[in-house]
Ligand binder design. Structure first.
Ligand code: GDP
Ligand code: IMO
Ligand code: MG
Length: 438
């Protein structure tokens, strides 16, 4: 004890990696609980910059455990590449642990993702084409394989032979694509298992053990609430549960073990891929923000779609994830903006609504109702306290807090670890909660 969950509150890329890295400085264990290498988490400290995809943002300190938990779809080839990338940069990766229950993402999942996306044509989801959806489909239809299975050659051979037979029907009959062969795949994935087996363990058991020892555990979500398979803009979502509840399932811990749920957002909104985005700015404002903040995907390099801050989305995120505090990144991006807008409600067919509708058509029809606040001209990249913020930036931050109903735990004025300004000491708060509830 204690434990904190870091959750993306918009459509991903809110700066979860940055905040996780920041909070990880005081954590003992950092756990990725869902998604896969569709994620791209940027971390900058000491003049160095890293992009992580499957490995938790705590890996930079070998004294900490960095756990890829059971809820992740685990691409062993991608993780081996990521390990090499880190090791080449001089990072000691010995703190890594991999759940024996994580689902394996195979190369054929990636192929199916690509074929499916191409077949969808104009109705494409805009996936990262990393095979995430097809790997979760196999998990839920109970025809997947888990990391533990990579270590059992007989079982791997038997199951992978059967699975490849089924996939070949899909490839050849449905997509007119070439069939694949089981034998080389078995060797390849058995080989990955052998290379990774020293990291593999029952991570739920390990997390529980650490919590019992009084260690600090940080759960790192990937993607964001609006990409959640249940609570996002379905079907334009990912295939897992980024919401805080996903941490309990995806890491094998009970909800009673978690004290704080930190929602991460940017001072504006971004989205990659297709789907509704009510506050999107397809104009010079969107272009300006994209260029100032270098809003291009870490995983796919795609330009991110940009829009104003949406308090309707954020209240939805706060509810479905049970957010307790908020981290607002990228405050610096608005320096030089004459005014800044916040969406406070939607107008839908002559009605004012303050909730996020489920119907896609309603989302496309919803017109944002904005509040316009005065901007600030000052460069705030060196601000280190709340008091140093220009009045209009402070007013903006306070308004975000009011509209979301959440206290601000941190705000950030740059991508670097040190550009994070702390208003609430989350670990201290979580520790006090543990003591009070004991
Ligand atoms: P994640 O997927 O949630 O970890 O976020 P990404 O790393 O994909 O995208 C966030 C982007 O914003 C990265 O390029 C970060 O370096 C950058 N970033 C994070 N916080 C700040 C900030 O306060 N100011 C600026 N200018 N950039 C930031
Ligand atoms: P991080 O963790 C932003 C989006 C894709 C697509 C949809 C489904 O860096 O915030 P998928 O490949 O998951 O089947 O794609 O989800 N998407 C992300 N967008 N950040 C991410 O991760 C994302 N991971 C997936 O663009 O719209
Ligand atoms: Mg990202």
């Amino acid at each position: 004890m204690p434990a904190i969950v870091v959750v993306g509150s918009q459509w991903g890329d809110e700066g979860k990696g940055k905040i996780t890295d920041f909070l990880a400085q005081e954590a003992d264990v950092i756990v990725r609980y869902q998604g896969g290498n569709n994620a791209g988490h940027s971390i900058s400290f000491g003049g160095k910059k890293f992009a992580l995809h499957s490995i938790p943002s705590g890996i930079f300190d070998p004294a900490k455990l960095s756990i890829i938990a059971n809820g992740v779809v685990f691409n062993p080839q991608a993780v081996l590449e990521e390990l090499k990338y880190l090791q080449d940069a001089g990072v000691d990766t010995s703190g890594l642990r991999i759940s024996d229950r994580a689902q394996v993402l195979f190369s054929f999942h990636k192929t199916i993702d690509e074929l499916q996306e191409n077949a969808r044509g104009a109705a494409k989801i805009g996936t990262t084409k990393n095979g995430i959806g097809p790997a979760y489909v196999d998990k839920y239809k109970r025809s997947g394989l888990r990391v533990a299975d990579l270590l059992d050659k007989d079982y791997l051979t038997k199951r992978l032979t059967e699975i490849v037979e089924e996939k070949n029907l899909i490839f050849t009959k449905l997509y007119n694509a070439p069939a694949i062969e089981a034998a080389p795949l078995i060797e390849e994935y058995y080989g990955y298992g052998q290379q990774l087996k020293r990291y593999v363990m029952d991570t739920s058991y390990q997390i529980d053990k650490e919590l019992r020892k009084g260690k600090k555990v940080l759960f790192e979500g990937a993607q964001g609430v609006m990409l959640d398979i249940d609570h996002g803009t379905y079907p334009y979502v990912t295939s897992s549960n980024p919401i805080a509840g996903g941490a309990t399932i995806g890491a094998g811990v009970g909800p009673s073990k978690i004290q704080e749920v930190l929602g991460v957002c940017k001072a504006y909104t971004s989205r990659v891929g297709e789907g509704p985005f009510p506050t999107e700015q397809i104009n010079e404002i969107g272009d300006k923000i994209r260029e100032i903040a270098h809003e291009y995907g870490v995983t796919t390099g795609r330009p991110r779609r940009i829009g104003w801050f949406d308090a309707v989305v954020m209240r939805h995120a706060a509810r479905v994830s049970g957010l307790t505090k908020l981290s607002v990144n990228c405050m610096d991006v608005f320096s030089g903006f004459e005014t800044v807008k916040i969406c406070v409600a939607y107008k839908l067919h002559d009605e004012i609504i303050k909730y996020y509708p489920a119907s896609l058509q309603d989302l496309y029809d919803a017109e944002p109702i904005y509040e316009e606040l005065p901007g600030w001209s000052e460069d705030i990249t060196n601000v280190g306290t709340l008091e140093e913020l220009p009045q209009n930036a402070l007013n903006y931050l306070n308004r975000l807090s009011e509209l979301t109903g959440l206290e601000i735990a941190t705000f950030a004025v740059g991508p670097e670890r040190d550009a994070t300004v702390v208003l609430k000491d989350l670990w201290k708060i979580a520790e006090e909660e543990v003591i009070n509830n004991a």
